[in-house]
Design a protein around this ligand. Sequence first.
Ligand code: NAD
Length: 249
Amino acid sequence: MQRLQDRVAVITGAGSGIGLATAHRFAQEGAKVVVADLDEEAGAKAAGEVGGLFVKADVANEDDVARMYRTAFEEFGSVDIAFNNAGISPPDDDSILETGIDAWRRVQEVNLTSVYLCCRHAIPYMQRQGKGSIINTASFVAVMGSATSQISYTASKGGVLAMSRELGVQFAREGIRVNALCPGPVDTPLLRELFAKDPERAQRRLVHVPIGRFARAEEIAAAVAFLASDDASFITASEFLVDGGISGA
Ligand code: NAD
């Protein structure tokens, strides 16, 4: 029997990076995976690779989010795991003095409002079952700030962390665990795009990682699979840091 045998898992942003690696890991551990992404090509490819079901969804759109969980429930009969992971990187100059209100709002919509919408629509299914595991992707910057000036991004991830704590406490007695995943820098297209624009930023970041390298997406996926599984049955409302020691330095 595998750890996630027949659990139904909905993963947002599963077409790339951390979400994609987690889709593979969940499938290896026996889960039925719903791959959700805005990018139709990447999402469909990922679903094919893991033998899952693709749902095209914009996580900032409530109708899309509702349809995503409804599809999972109708196709597979439950929603056991929600990995609310889709997100975007900071705008080009994300310092408090430069970021305009439109850029700020877009980051909050995709990174924070999306998690609110996903929790709002996943929890009723989990309440009916009397169990469930929600993992919301925050970031190490949510607990320590960032030296690289990314105010809208850091604020959005702080919101994800606070919301996860609140919901973890609120729904603990109903068997629903809610945790915030806080990765350090991970070698994914999101990070590569950021560093391509500002190569010095990569060096500045790397210096602060005690382990001396960026994470592989598979290393984050392993932590997500743990949080999703019954091995983490006493872990809720936590900030789960997988950051190579960056927040401890
Ligand atoms: P990525 O860019 O490789 O993948 C993100 C995926 O989300 C893409 O497939 C993209 O199409 C999808 N997406 C973007 N906007 C969407 C929307 N509105 N609706 C649905 N899907 C959408 O990024 P990643 O590095 O794997 O990041 C995943 C999460 O991890 C993000 O929330 C990110 O903020 C967070 N994170 C990343 C790092 C890092 O260093 N890479 C560190 C900490 C936290």
